[in-house]
Design a protein around this ligand. Sequence first.
Ligand SMILES: [Zn+2]
Length: 342
Amino acid sequence: MRGRLFKRPPFGRQTSAGYRGSSSDVPQPKRRLSGAARRRLAAALAGLAALCLLLGFFAIRYLIAGTPVSPVVSGAIQAQAAGDPVMTGASGDLTVRCLDVGQGMAALIECGGHYMVIDGGGRETSSRFVAILKASGVEKLDYIVVSHYDEDHLAGLIGALHVFPTGRILAPDYRPDTDIFRSYEKMRTAEEVPAEAPARGAVYTLGTAAFQIVGPDGWSAELENDRSIMVLLTNGAHRFLFPGDAEAAGEAEALASGLPLRADVLIAPHHGSRTSSTDAFLDAVSPEIAVVSAGADNPYHHPHPSVLARYEDRGIRIYRTDESGTITFSSRDGVLTVTTEK
Ligand SMILES: [Zn+2]
């Protein structure tokens, strides 16, 4: 692919052919072109040059479209060096584990010995969450992403912050008046890890994988759920979308951004509640697989049957943590595999 990108354009051949012509034994024609002929020749050359430019443009467009690069190519990362793994579509081994944390959400992501968590589940499973991270070989976390500050996403992260040295925290820029938020802030301050509110479109790397913030555009949505940080994770050709607890408004905001949302795996927004997974959103993401992170017999009746039907109607395979336990995706050598463990 890259070789083709650097293939010499037709300009080169023209130049060298022209050079050969003027240096060969063929007698040089005398310059007796009339003004009109010169103009015609100039026009013809200009036309040829325009055609070459056009062909070159479409060739590059075709190569970009046909290469399994990150969707961020059209976004903020465009200015990065050509050797950047995100640009070349290079991929290492990526593991994404959607952990069974009962009624809540937690994901552990590993790429090339780099670790990141997106949410940590609720209080009931917080010590189990830390134990799973330890058993998975985590010694430090490159990133903690706090999708939003609801207890069922935040509580487990407090213990993780205490146990594991953490590089960066990406978290929304609002401060709810809750005990769990105060506990988190206390721990974060004690561990001296600053929290950054990421801008929509920002791109981060995790080993050879990369992730982009595709929402929200600010932190003023009426519902806190709609302020959830939405993350699109890319490893080679494989993409995973983590929309937190975004509801219809959060989904609409992500759609309006114009950023690519297509993903192979979608974590069902807001545990598969009926106020999320709108048709327009599912059409844009168009996943092969959806993961519902929900507790068995939870009082919220997540996931909602009408939402499950929406997924099933589209032929999207559904994995549920309440039925299958922890769901692990492995992206390796261009192959995506899924395993479950209870
Ligand atoms: Zn939640």
